[in-house]
Design a binder for this molecule. Sequence first.
Ligand SMILES: [Zn+2]
Length: 153
Amino acid sequence: MQRNWLLDMLANELRPMAIQVDTWPHHYIDDPDNGSDWCLPCAKAEIAKRGRGEALETWDDCDTPPVCEGCGAILSSALTSEGGLYELDHFADSEPEAGDIVAAYELRQMAKALVYATKYPDAQSLVAAICARFLAATAAPIDRWADDGGPTE
Ligand SMILES: [Zn+2]
């Protein structure tokens, strides 16, 4: 598989911000195809309410960014390339706010989802442009220099 080096590099640049977002292991109850995603505490509460079921962790990639059905927490599964395109639809309409760590997390997930998606070259270019604009608009690189007594705002 051919790797898009630019998307890979941008995903790495987004990492220091993205890893500040709290994510939770992705669980489902009984059946991964039943449409609901859960964090473990909410899965356990739902099972107690139903009086049956088993919470199982999943490592499957998702077609949409998974959030907990109970509390809305961000769940940690990776996205499929279709999931990357889904996020691109969102970010093409709504430019991410500079410095927003949740946006950094979502942009990184989107970029990683499309690193090997060579059948979507136009989407890869759009994602690279959105990620680059976000990084350029974000103060994070300037903060890094400030520690060394380098350029500041
Ligand atoms: Zn939850």
